[in-house]
Design a protein around this ligand. Sequence first.
Ligand code: NDP
Length: 507
Amino acid sequence: MSNPPVYTTSQGCPVSDPFSTQRISVDQKGYQYAPPTGPLLLQDFKLIDSLAHFDRERIPERVVHAKGAGAYGVFEVTDDITDVCSAKFLDTVGKKTRIFTRFSTVGGEKGSADSARDPRGFATKFYTEDGNLDLVYNNTPIFFIRDPTKFPHFIHTQKRNPATNLKDANMFWDYLTANPESLHQVMYLFSNRGTPASFRKMNGYSGHTYKWYNAKGEWQYVQVHFISNQGVHNLLDDEAGKLAGEDPDFHTGDLYKAIERGDYPSWECYIQTMTLEQSKKIPFSVFDLTKVWPHKDFPLRHFGRFTLNENPKNYFAETEQVAFSPSHTVPGMEPSNDPVLQSRLFSYPDTHRHRLGTNYSQIPINCPLKSGVFAPHIRDGAMVVDGNLGGTPNYAGAYNCPVQYAVGAKASGSKPDEKYEGEVVPFHWTVVDYDFYQPKMFWKVLGRTEGEQESLVKNVAGHILSADEFIQDRVFEYFSKAEPIIGELIRKEVHKLSPRKDSPARL
Ligand code: NDP
């Protein structure tokens, strides 16, 4: 390409005047200011090419995690964990792997404010020699649901009312209070961690339980923690609200500018591990996404560090088109039977096929460039850009196309895997007393730092002010399940901020 480049159509045809259009030239005698031209011509490909492409610039935004920012970086193994995991990219201390991380808010649209109270997505793609591994995490160690069928219901209530197109405190709290297994995550969300000061200053958690295998085929349940080397820093509710108005893209800019000035953010990577035997003795299910594994019983073990040190060159090509899925995994790492995780294995690639097309893995940001791909039956479809394997037979096992099959780590396995046998049943996870134990522990953790419990109370009270009084009453009751004092404090704060008909001052 010449420098400076010659302006062309999308087909490479040089164009002498990008701003001209082909029109019929007519004699405009008598019109002093009107140009001497008539209607446009359909043959003006330059104009049609430009307008038609412009009309198609937008792809569907992600239904969740629409607003995000990302960067490239490097992951380095710091400690040997080959006794737990045989993934090749972890096999040597000091080994480095290129990554791309995307942070996001969850409920807001693409133009929404970065500082909104919301969990944050924290997804990382590792370009490994065994294919791409996606660790698709959040900045909270737990989640609102554990029955995957609830997900669309739950998300709808956190988005917009179908009639008014407004966020709706009644919908928001109606759902949550009717599904009290959400309480642990709701307490986390309404603590100051619900409004992080920066993407750089928050932790990432797998939340789900995974299964990692060593080279002998022995496996353990694993949870992963990414702990920020920048520390955890949060905004107070009014600071977050102010920022949403003054600089709604603050977190996006904060990440970009930090990397541009060489202030590279980094995270230490840890695992918690649990054996099958241990999982039978804990007072909750290892597949319950609303629970954490207590640190004292399942201590963190360090294994790596990653640093983000390179901004994408083009937001749409990289950050918008990056396609993460927990089903993009590598030998040595498998999903557990956590039902929410199992449903995500389907839902994420399904979204990418819808948003980006069936060949989304051919988009450079999603290509497993380090491993290469040889799946001769995965051919054709919209937007093939990689040569489509030329004349290679389009099935495996062709006489003229010998294929090697890898020997999996599990093939030499010595430990029995999980066994399941039973009837097919409609399962809906029942709420039990233990579901409120960890929220109670969380309230205690907040009590270790001055002002944190008060923030939780204020943040909830401020949010429910616009809800109907009967919904507010349900919210008081809901938080009281963790500790009666929480519901009471929220009630008092609501009465103070906006006296109701039953407020003490009015009785
Ligand atoms: P610990 O006392 O060992 O751990 C409590 C953890 O809470 C800390 O390590 C820290 O995790 C996190 N934390 C500290 N201050 C705050 C805060 N102001 N806001 C939010 N989180 C904070 O106890 P347990 O492991 O037994 O957990 C007790 C409770 O702590 C749990 O019920 C859960 O609600 C919460 N928690 C537990 C986590 C876990 O994985 N065990 C992780 C986060 C919270 P970190 O270093 O990851 O920030």
